[in-house]
Design a protein around this ligand. Structure first.
Ligand SMILES: Nc1ncnc2c1ncn2[C@@H]1O[C@H](COP(=O)(O)OP(=O)(O)O)[C@@H](O)[C@H]1O
Ligand SMILES: [Mg+2]
Length: 300
């Protein structure tokens, strides 16, 4: 039978991007990029967000693509309220993908490819959706439209990426895997709405909440990681690049309290699972971890 450690290793590898998924993702984002370039004056476009950083969980969705508009487009878009550029990108994408596949979000336009994950969260190696993010350069940084705030906000994906790389290296190359697993917990449908919103907040908190170095055991790591997240979820969490609005602005006080309760429960459930292992009840322990994380946590 699988040990708990082997199960975590398998779980981790199931959340890694494999070749077939990468191929599908490339086909999808290439198609969207080629199309957007025919509709707008684009300086450059590139992948960003958790997909680019390898901190995205499964099923793979909302792959972020930045489209940096040419300076000649400033008057048409940057000098206008954020909804103008979002609306124009929306209209262009609807033309190609249809209104039922395209959705406006706060800072992007989502294109859904109509793929549904099965009960085991498998998608036959296909990505569900991409997020199209219009942007302008702003010195060494970027500005993106935020329709919820009604303002352009600053961001810098390279800084987020280099912080993730540094954290990963400081944590014996386990950090990104732990972040993907914690995000997978966050997406467990048994919670109803996700406890932590946006899931980027988990990654931002992990920059500080995973500390002291990798101790070599996933079970203890998650017991304490969930507890630290619970203890600190009500704090304010600024943009790690020091540019955009606080990442913790995505939740109001009630939602933070709910997240805290669920994170505390996750830490308790982890302790119970660890106790089952101590009692030699390995099969029960695996079931407990699977209930905690969801169907990609293996029982065998
Ligand atoms: N409040 C913010 N300020 C600055 N940059 C942000 C902010 N929120 C998100 N970002 C950047 O935009 C990227 C895409 O956002 P999002 O899709 O919500 O996150 P992710 O792809 O990491 O799950 C993030 O990975 C991060 O680099
Ligand atoms: Mg994203």
């Amino acid at each position: 039978m699988l040990t708990v450690d082997e199960a975590f290793r398998k779980f981790k590898s199931r959340l890694e991007l494999n070749d077939r998924e990468q191929k599908n993702a490339t086909a999808r984002h290439t198609e969207v990029r080629d199309y957007i370039r025919t509709k707008f004056k684009i300086e450059k476009d590139f992948l960003t967000g958790s997909y680019k950083r390898h901190t995205k969980t499964k099923p793979l969705k909302d792959i972020d693509i930045f489209f940096v508009l040419k300076d000649s487009e400033r008057e048409a878009y940057r000098d206008k309220v954020p909804s103008v550029v979002i609306n124009d990108f929306y209209d262009a994408l609807v033309e190609k993908y249809g209104a039922s596949a395209v959705r406006k979000q706060g800072r992007s336009v989502n294109v859904d490819f109509g793929i549904v994950a099965d009960a085991e969260d498998n998608t036959d190696y296909r990505v569900l959706s991409v997020d199209v993010v219009p942007a302008f350069t702003c010195g060494a940084d970027y500005e993106i439209a935020d329709t919820d705030k009604g303002e352009w906000i600053k961001t810098n994906p390279e800084i987020h990426a280099s912080k993730a790389v540094a954290a990963h290296q400081a944590y014996s190359n386990e950090w990104k895997g732990l972040v993907r697993m914690a995000k997978y917990w966050n997406n467990n449908p048994r919670h109803g709405e996700k406890p932590v919103k946006p899931s980027f907040l988990i990654e931002v908190m992990a920059l500080q909440c995973l500390y002291g170095g990798w101790q070599g055991r996933f079970d203890y790591e998650f017991q304490s990681f969930f507890q630290t997240l619970a203890d600190r979820i009500t704090d304010e969490w600024p943009d790690p690049a020091g540019l955009g609005p606080p990442i913790s602005d995505g939740m109001d006080a009630a939602r933070k309290q709910r997240a805290k309760t669920l994170l505390q429960a996750a830490s308790r459930d982890a302790s119970l699972a660890i106790n089952l292992s101590r009692q030699g009840k390995n099969g029960e322990a695996l079931k407990a971890w699977r209930a905690l994380f969801g169907p990609k946590f293996p029982l065998s």
